[in-house]
Design a protein around this ligand. Structure first.
Ligand SMILES: [Zn+2]
Length: 99
């Protein structure tokens, strides 16, 4: 039996907190008339112990022309291959800082 190295989170350095591979990300943005499904091009597990999942969603949204042009996302539902889902909310960004 081989021991597989546990992946370590690049942000919080924890091991053993990784999700199953992501199946699909449903992205919600004011610029989208309906939630847009993003499917990872390769198997991707994300650390569930910190805000790595939010960064993952941001990266996925920026990587796709449709969601990138829709503007900042507000909410996402990440569905994993074991069927469970996680709701992710974008951190509030002050839009009227110089009102
Ligand atoms: Zn982490």
């Amino acid at each position: 039996m081989e021991t597989e190295a546990e992946p370590t989170c690049g942000r919080c350095r924890k091991t053993g907190e990784f999700s199953p591979p992501v199946s699909v990300v449903l992205l919600f943005a004011p610029g989208l008339s309906a939630p847009y499904p993003l499917i990872p091009g390769e198997e991707y597990c994300v650390c569930e112990a910190c805000d790595a999942i939010e960064r993952f969603v941001s990266g996925a949204a920026e990587a796709h022309p449709v969601t990138r042009s829709a503007g900042p996302w507000t909410r996402a539902i990440v569905i994993f291959q074991d069927g469970h889902g996680a709701e992710v909310r974008a951190k509030a960004t002050p839009q009227m800082a110089l009102a």
